[in-house]
Design a protein around this ligand. Structure first.
Ligand code: HSE
Length: 293
């Protein structure tokens, strides 16, 4: 009647897949405890690690929980405890972790009436409260694990993507908050055809690289000519850290989700450690505190 859940952080976009690609991380995530209650309805009983509303309808986890509970109208209620470790506005899927965690937990306590793919849809409702629009590129990998591709939104069509075993992600999180809504507001509404061609070539190349374990193809495909030029201005020191990651041998580097976190993908743990060192050394010069994951 009680479940404790690890709700992983995620990296969305991965340069070439704005709003469609995402990756689940192992090393960082929130914790959530959900209990069945005899009294119907939802109650958020405790939140640690962040200053978030206990009011169900104003809380990302609350809204996602309402979506799944309203779909099934169970004969019981739920109490939710949220222990945040992922900072809000960090660019590694803080709100998604809450949304995905709660729907996963409730589904388990109800005897799994929904498939994992169906859970993504409910979680997206919570995520929408945080970002102002429904996108699934963080919640999908959080629920399904590994890499995921949102093939389409209408109807939601999420595909879990195979990936090679030696791929490591490094994340540098500058301690500034960038709201997803602000980070979306700087983007243009149209994309030049030549940039679209570059971007979908890279997205196809990236997916092919994941399936074939071709690390050099993954590296070549980790480019972003559509979003990064606009968003990098919101992240002090971005270009230096990215170059430091590439010089240290990362396959590619870019903005994690809506930022300000900066990610790098690497082949092998040794390389990832070298890249993490190079990125953090380069960021020391910026003078803003940061975390490494
Ligand atoms: N794809 C989204 C964005 C992820 O980049 O705006 C942020 O939650």
């Amino acid at each position: 009647n009680e479940i404790k859940i690890f709700c992983p952080a995620t990296i969305a976009n991965l340069n070439c897949g704005f709003d469609v690609l995402g990756l689940c991380l192992e090393g960082i995530g929130d914790e959530m405890i959900i209990r069945k209650a005899t009294e119907k309805g939802l109650r958020i009983t405790k939140i640690t690690g962040a200053d978030l509303p206990l009011d169900v309808e104003k809380n990302v986890a609350g809204v996602a929980a309402l979506a799944i509970v309203n779909a099934i109208n169970p004969d019981c209620g739920f109490e939710i405890e949220i222990h945040k470790k992922i900072k809000a506005g960090s660019g590694i899927g803080s709100s998604s972790a809450s949304a995905a965690g709660v729907v996963f937990g409730i589904n388990e306590l109800l005897g799994k009436p929904f498939t994992r793919h169906e859970l993504v849809d409910f979680a997206m409702k919570g995520e929408a409260l945080a970002s102002g629009c429904e996108h699934a590129d963080n919640v999908a990998p959080c629920v399904l694990g590994g890499f995921t591709l949102v093939r389409g939104y209408n109807p939601l069509d999420v595909i879990k993507i195979q990936s090679p075993s030696e791929l490591y992600a490094v994340v540098l999180h500058p301690q500034i908050e960038v709201k997803t809504s602000d980070s979306r507001a700087v983007l243009p509404n149209t994309v030049a055809l030549k940039d679209a061609i570059t971007q979908w070539g890279n997205l196809g190349g990236f997916i092919a690289g994941l399936y074939t374990g071709n690390y050099s193809l993954l590296g070549r495909s980790l480019q972003d000519v559509v979003i990064e030029p606009y968003r990098q201005k919101l992240i002090p020191g971005f270009e230096n850290v990215k170059n430091a990651a590439l010089d240290a041998g990362a396959l590619g580097s870019g903005i994690s989700g809506a930022g300000p976190s900066i990610f790098a993908l690497c082949k092998g743990q040794d390389k990832a450690e070298k890249v993490a060192y190079a990125m953090s050394s380069s960021y020391l010069e910026v003078g803003i505190a940061f975390d490494m994951h």
